[in-house]
Design a protein around this ligand. Structure first.
Ligand code: ADP
Length: 616
């Protein structure tokens, strides 16, 4: 083991244990001295990189004389190069150890040849000192003679450079904090002094020499503090105003507002809410919602609260029933929103609208509807019983009446023996009245059939000209009895698809009404033509007319304009409703018009082609 090898660990240990609190220059010299001794070197330097400017300078030297730094600077200036050029520059740039066996053969060392010769070194190792990936300086070791360096020697210089870098860093940090403490202490002392003087000299403090600058600084700070305080005051005022506005809104809102904690206990409630409940804030705050809700509404509310807290979607508004202090029940439509403190849900904010009146009306309406439904059901039942009764009674009446009519006819024909004129007249009256009765009963039967939708029309190709002619013939006698003139204005009409008997019944009914409601010596006009819309038949009389508001009502069952018991005209008010049903069953239409002097009844029936087109 040669000297260098044996002193290696010792040297590294010595460098690592340098007291970093001593003067910085002394630390650097110690590193250099230890290195040179351990390496048996001629001399050495430590170069440091300025962190802020990146400039490099020789911070310490060993064995090179006190004026070495000046000599190097002069040489660099003369050569017009940086002191970090040459081998040093190479080591810094590459971040790796750079051995130079012969400085005089190293082209980059040319500017330092003279100095090297003068001082007496010929070779060297230039090792970078690194902090992470950044090179913070160089440790350079020189030897008197040119020489080749072994790997061990290069590694050793490298190791020393690494340790030196750590020691230098620690020393710099220690010096920095020492400096900071010193600065702090000094400023503290200064402030103590300023304070003392200020107290002592009162207003004259600005005149005190040497502390003017500090006072100005202090004033600036005081001014800034004051401005900051002012801003703070304004912000606080604005905040307070906003809070007051919100409180005003909250307290005086028309809807009732409240906040609950996550358990359902009241934290706040506004005036509207208190008014509804009929109590004071103290009586509500801190109480649980269960105190103020019906059991059903409590379930709903707890469900809402749960959903709200778990972030589930809600269907709004939710209607709840509130129990007031005086036990009155009121309804509210509630909307809620959770309150958050950071990410934590701390409660629920609710807005409710009192909908008691609306709810009461709804309930009343529901009651009415139920009553109406019941009445409707009762009516339907009564109507069914009536129809059943009519159906039974009509059959019971029709049989004996048909027999009366038949026997009256036999008596009148003198089939059963001779009768005198007077007896014949009486028998004719019986016969006519029996016929009237049978007609009425048939109408009643038709109504029953209509209701059961069992009208049973017998459709076929029919001629309206024939039907009109037959109907006129049927009522001819009645017209003559009242001295009513019948005018007919009938075009040749095409055949239609219909029930001949029923259509004759309709026309006879309309004509009979026209005669019935027309005073004697009046006229009844029948017109019929082929229109685009179908076959149109009109019956116009010069009778009593129909008020405008009754023009549609007369087609209702049992409706008569004069329904009083002492009315002038007979009938049961069924004729027109039967006519309407028959016409509508033919896909036609019927309506009445009245101008004040007489009435017109119009019927339109579809033509054959139209019915085929419509598929009816
Ligand atoms: P009614 O057996 O009473 O004649 P209808 O159903 O045939 O029953 O007629 C209903 C009501 O329509 C009649 O009571 C009458 O008031 C009115 N009415 C019908 N035809 C005419 C008409 N030509 N002139 C005036 N009123 C009429």
């Amino acid at each position: 083991m040669n000297k260098t090898e044996s002193s290696k660990p010792k040297a590294i240990l010595s460098i690592a244990s340098i007291d970093i609190t001593i003067e910085f220059d002394r630390i650097l010299h110690s590193i250099m001295e230890i290195t040179c001794v351990a390496m048996n070197a001629h001399s050495g330097t430590i170069m440091l990189v300025d962190e802020a400017t990146g400039e490099i300078r020789i911070a310490a030297s060993h064995g090179l004389g006190h004026d070495y730094i000046e000599k190097v600077s002069d040489a660099a200036r003369k050569a017009g190069v940086d002191i970090a050029s040459g081998p040093q520059g190479t080591a810094i740039k590459t971040g790796a150890c750079y051995p130079v066996p012969n400085i005089f053969e190293e082209h980059g060392s040319r500017p330092w040849h003279d100095i090297s010769r003068e001082i007496g070194f010929s070779s060297g190792i230039f090792a970078p000192m690194n902090k992470g990936t950044v090179t913070t300086g160089l440790l350079n070791v020189h030897w008197a003679k040119p020489r080749k360096f072994s790997d061990d020697e290069i590694d050793f210089v490298n190791d020393i450079a690494s340790h030196a870098a750590i020691v230098i860093q620690n020393a710099q940090m220690s010096a920095g904090s020492k400096n900071n403490i010193q600065v702090l202490r000094e400023s503290e002392a200064k402030w103590v002094e300023i304070k003392r003087r200020l107290v002592k000299d009162g207003e004259r403090r600005t005149a005190i020499h040497g502390i003017d600058r500090d006072i100005t600084e202090k004033r600036k700070m005081e001014q800034q503090l004051q401005e900051y305080n002012e801003k703070l005051k304004i912000s606080y005022k604005e905040l307070k105003e906003a809070e007051e506005k919100y409180r005003d809104l909250f307290e005086n809102a028309g809807d009732y507002m409240y906040t609950l904690d996550t358990e359902g206990y009241f934290q706040t409630i506004n005036n509207a809410g208190l008014k509804i409940l009929g109590c004071t804030k103290e009586e509500v705050i801190g109480t649980h919602i269960s105190k103020w809700l019906t059991p059903e509404s409590l379930v709903v509310s707890q469900e809402v609260l749960k959903k709200q807290i778990s972030g589930e979607k809600l269907d709004y508004p939710v209607t709840i029933e509130v129990i007031c202090k005086n036990k009155e029940r009121r309804w509210g439509e509630v909307r809620t929103r959770y309150i958050k403190d950071g990410n934590r849900i701390t409660g629920v904010h609710g807005i409710a609208r009192d909908v008691t009146e609306k709810k009461r009306l709804e309930m009343q309406l529901k009651d009415y509807n139920e009553k109406l439904e019941r009445s409707c059901e009762e009516l339907i039942e009564a109507d069914r019983i009536k129809t059943e009764f009519i159906s039974k009674i009509t059959h019971e009446l029709l049989t004996p009446l048909t027999s009366i009519k038949g026997f009256t006819e036999l008596l009148s024909d003198e089939t059963c023996g001779d009768i005198n004129e007077e007896q014949k007249k009486k028998l004719d009256i019986i016969y006519r009245n029996t016929e009237k009765l049978i007609g009425l009963i048939k109408e009643l039967l038709d109504i029953g059939h209509l209701e059961k939708n069992k009208f049973g029309l017998q459709f076929g190709l029919v001629s309206m000209n024939d039907i009109i002619a037959r109907s006129i013939k049927d009522i001819d006698q009645q017209a003559k009895e009242k001295d009513i003139f019948i005018i007919s204005n009938i075009e040749k009409l095409p055949g239609i698809w219909g029930d001949e008997e029923r259509l004759t019944h309709v026309l006879t009914n309309i004509l009979a009404n026209a005669i019935k409601f027309t005073p004697s010596k009046g006229t009844v006009t029948i017109m019929a033509d082929e229109a685009k819309t179908g076959i149109k038949i009109s019956v116009t009389d010069t009778g009593i007319g129909i008020p405008q508001d009754k023009l549609t009502r007369i087609f209702e069952r049992f409706y008569q304009i004069d329904g009083s018991s002492n009315r002038r005209y007979g009938g049961a008010g069924l004729g027109l409703s039967i006519c309407k049903s028959i016409i509508e069953n033919h896909y036609g239409s019927i309506w009445a018009e009245s101008t004040g002097c007489g009435s017109t009844f119009n019927i339109v029936l579809p033509k054959l082609a139209q019915r085929t087109k419509k598929g009816v």
